[in-house]
Ligand binder design. Structure first.
Ligand SMILES: Cc1cc2nc3c(=O)[nH]c(=O)nc-3n(C[C@H](O)[C@H](O)[C@H](O)COP(=O)(O)OP(=O)(O)OC[C@H]3O[C@@H](n4cnc5c(N)ncnc54)[C@H](O)[C@@H]3O)c2cc1C
Length: 394
């Protein structure tokens, strides 16, 4: 008995360590009921770095399609689907009791959302109700308890250990690449492409060329084998229904949502951003930036001064405490580049500045600088890009 006891206690000890290490992470998906917002896949990457079981919550009104897309993400334990009129417009007040009831059911060790207006609205409420701190805007996960986040407008990076049993975290999108999808979902994408091509090549009448018919049959065969392959691979993580309940606290009601339609990429997702400052001098002159942006598939933003002067709309405002941006290329045009503007563009991989003042502070952070009048430089750039477009490819 004596010799058995130490072995026995060690076993219990190891077992308790294992229990302690078991992580269970809840990710709050962002979507528009139909499709997933890309950030969801970045949040999942951060969640995977934390480790353990991964659950994704898709809450909305009629959002089963969004849930199906989530279930295609690789490595999920489950997707929880919560469809309720109370979630119309995704009000943080009504989503909070839902997340709390899931927390009661699954005892998550981490609850994670994006560092977006949505995430910043929901998670602090959840944290307050659970009486734990919320850690915002993390840029790295060192281990399940240790995270990195910027502070002092990005001038320092803090490494923080969170000792609370439940960690409430918002994630900076740009620091985590999007996670991969299940094989079957890639097949589904290919299938969609093939079906679109089939529609284009479908022979309409007898006069259609022989070539078109051959193409069509080839595509049909490809679609058949992709469908078989998809059936073999299965269809993603299981989708469970969230507990039913009256989540409408009656505190807020979303009456209308207006979406700004733009043919250009969103600022938060753009690989190239052109940002105009007070130097652009008028709303009309901003058109020059839109022309340049269209040639470069870029998004257009504005400095605080440019937005306040009415040259650019409020949703274009690039602020250190607003949208966190990390494009591959950031072109600052007519921007002086004082410390506050620079804070917002620090995450950019390459910065080009165009300013007529050679002493403008923006040149201190720019990788490439063009000293000169923007009204001469931009039209030249546009015509160069135009002539490149017109040059036939060999
Ligand atoms: C608390 C606080 C927080 C702030 N946070 C932010 C923030 O997050 N984001 C932000 O953007 N601002 C912020 N600001 C404001 C910021 O500090 C600046 O005042 C403002 O952004 C300056 O904008 P600007 O560079 O467009 O204008 P200006 O400083 O007026 O610079 C215009 C530049 O254009 C150049 N120029 C003019 N004409 C031409 C031409 N024809 N060709 C080429 N160049 C030309 C000039 O040489 C000049 O450098 C904040 C301010 C405060 C007080």
């Amino acid at each position: 008995m004596k010799s058995f006891l130490p072995f026995y206690t060690t076993k219990i000890f190891n077992f308790s360590i294992d229990i302690k290490r078991m992580k269970s992470v809840l990710v709050i998906a962002e979507h528009n009921n139909e499709t997933l917002t890309p950030i969801t896949r970045n949040i999942v990457t951060a969640a995977k770095k934390i480790g353990g079981e991964l659950t994704v919550l898709v809450a909305g009104t009629e959002c089963s399609n969004a849930a199906k897309s989530v279930s295609q993400i690789k490595g999920l334990k489950r997707v929880v689907l919560a469809e309720n009129k109370a979630f119309n417009g995704f009000p943080a007040e009504n989503l909070t009791p839902l997340i709390l009831s899931l927390q009661k059911q699954f005892s998550f060790t981490h609850i994670v959302a994006g560092a977006t207006i949505f995430g910043k609205g929901v998670l602090p409420r959840v944290a307050a109700k659970l009486d734990v701190p919320a850690l915002t805007d993390i840029t790295d996960v060192k281990d399940p308890d240790v995270f990195v986040r910027p502070a002092y407008t990005g001038n320092i990076l803090m490494t923080i250990k969170v000792k609370d049993p439940v960690k409430i975290i918002t994630v900076r999108q740009s620091n985590f690449p999007p996670c991969s999808l299940q094989e079957s979902s890639r097949i589904r994408d290919k299938l969609a492409v093939v079906r679109r091509a089939m529609n284009i090549h479908k022979p309409i009448n007898n006069r259609e060329s022989k070539f078109k018919t051959v193409q069509y049959l080839r595509l049909k065969r490809a679609a058949e084998s992709l469908t078989k392959w998809q059936e073999l691979r299965g269809d993603g993580a299981p989708i469970r229904q969230a507990p039913k309940g009256d989540y409408n606290l009656g505190l807020t009601e979303v009456i209308k949502r207006d979406f700004i339609k733009s043919c250009r990429p969103q600022l938060s997702e753009a690989k190239t951003i052109i940002c105009g400052g007070k130097g652009i001098a008028s709303k009309k002159n901003f058109e020059l930036l839109y022309d340049l942006a269209d040639k470069m598939n870029a998004a257009v933003g504005g400095s605080k001064s440019a937005v306040e002067a009415g040259f650019a709309s409020k949703d274009m405002y690039i602020a250190r405490n607003g949208k966190v941006l990390s494009p591959n290329l950031y072109i600052a045009i007519g921007i002086s580049g004082n410390e506050r503007d620079i804070a917002a563009l620090k995450e950019s991989k390459t910065i080009i500045a165009i300013n007529k003042d050679p002493h403008a502070p923006i040149f201190k952070v720019a990788d490439y600088g063009l000293v000169g009048d923007l009204f001469e430089i931009i039209p030249k750039l546009i015509s160069k890009l135009q002539s490149k477009e017109n040059t036939p490819k060999t």
